[in-house]
Design a binder for this molecule. Structure first.
Ligand code: ADP
Length: 348
């Protein structure tokens, strides 16, 4: 989702993910292939949608011993849709809805065929529902085992029962944020406009923390934050700003008073782990709580001796070649490179 945030922003589309509480945080599977399928469905959804939003919904249900789960992932868009008579051919290789699609949108007509095949190799199925002019939903499901994870009692304790004010004009975002907040044990109080937020603050409703969307019509998130500060000069309400990458308003965020107003500024779609960590931090917890610690381990230079291997590096980009060779060298490997000189391949 983070990789596609820019594309969504350029197309003026909302991009949101809703992950149900029952979905395991870790699953056992092929991350690269799963990502490939998701990226294909999401890029199609963004490509064929000119107005509205693209949402991903993930649900899971236990379906057997040993943490076995049925995972269902649906990518929904409000785009151009696909005529009913074309749905059957959609997953065939080199198939596009009509030949003008290629001219207008480009593409090979291979993505869906490959995605469907990958999902089937995972033992799953893929399906599509669509209505011309209203949008499409591509969904797939497969069974997999949940990975083990450590409990996070500290984080739960910090967030439990805290009142969070959520202000966002977009209905889907409101829904996603509210659901996430409740799943984390917070008590969400969600409003659609800055005016409603101010009314509730002026009425002395108690809030522990606030999440404000940046781009809202009339009053934006920064202006709302200024007004909240004015309304509650004594008691500081910690605030988080959600901004979109590349938004007009985002430029110059660092120079204005935003850094002083907000305890955290996150770009949408905000990674749930990051949002939760920011909330925990502002609610008095440790900044590192909930964030996966990305301590980098030193490179093991004796790896080449302990696990001798002949390595062929296939990479046509010169810089990437250099970086990869350097990294391998630090692990004690000397790799062969193909192709030795950068040569471009052209795809159909
Ligand atoms: P490509 O996008 O590379 O042409 P795909 O196999 O991913 O290949 O898609 C095949 C065709 O299916 C597209 O060209 C388009 O006509 C149609 N399509 C796929 N996803 C969508 C979508 N979300 N909305 C409308 N049409 C779609």
């Amino acid at each position: 989702m983070e990789l596609l945030a820019c594309k969504a922003r350029d197309g003026n589309l909302e991009l949101a993910a809703l992950i149900d509480p029952g979905v395991p945080r870790r699953i056992v599977g092929d991350v690269t292939r799963l990502r490939q399928v998701l990226m294909n469905l999401l890029s199609n959804a963004l490509k064929f949608t000119h107005e509205g939003e693209v949402t991903v919904r993930i649900e899971a249900e236990p379906c057997g011993e040993g943490g076995l789960h049925e995972i269902r992932i649906a990518v929904r868009d409000t785009g151009i849709g696909i005529p009913a008579e074309r749905l059957g051919r959609l997953f065939k290789a080199f198939s596009q809805v009509d030949s003008s699609t290629t001219r207008r949108y480009g593409g090979s007509g291979l993505g869906l065929a490959i995605s469907k095949r990958l999902v089937e190799l995972m033992g799953g199925t893929m399906a599509v529902e669509s209505e011309v002019g209203r949008g499409s939903t591509f969904s797939f499901s497969f069974q997999t085992r949940a990975g083990t994870e450590a409990a996070e009692p500290e984080l739960q304790r910090i967030l439990a029962g805290k009142h969070v004010l959520i202000v966002d004009d977009n209905e889907t975002n409101r829904f996603v944020l509210t659901r996430q907040a409740s799943n984390w044990g917070l008590d969400p109080r969600t409003v659609a406009t800055p005016a409603q937020a101010l009314t509730r603050i002026e009425a002395k409703e108690h809030f522990d923390v606030a999440i404000l969307d940046l781009c809202m019509p009339e009053v934006d998130g920064i202006e709302l934050a200024r007004q909240i500060r004015k309304t509650r000069p004594g008691r500081r309400l910690p605030m988080i700003l959600l901004s979109s990458v590349g938004a007009e308003e985002t430029r110059g965020l660092a120079e204005g008073d935003a850094p002083a107003l907000f305890g955290a500024i996150l770009t949408k779609p905000a990674h749930p782990d990051r949002l939760r960590a920011a909330l925990a931090q502002l609610l008095g917890g440790d900044a590192s709580v909930g964030r996966e610690r990305a301590e980098s381990k030193p490179i093991d230079s004796s790896l080449g001796q302990r696990l001798p291997m002949r390595i062929l590096l296939a990479e046509d980009n010169h810089i990437n070649q250099k970086v990869a060779l350097k990294m391998l060298e630090r692990m004690g490997y000397i790799a062969d490179v193909a192709p030795p000189t950068a040569r471009r391949r052209s795809w159909p």
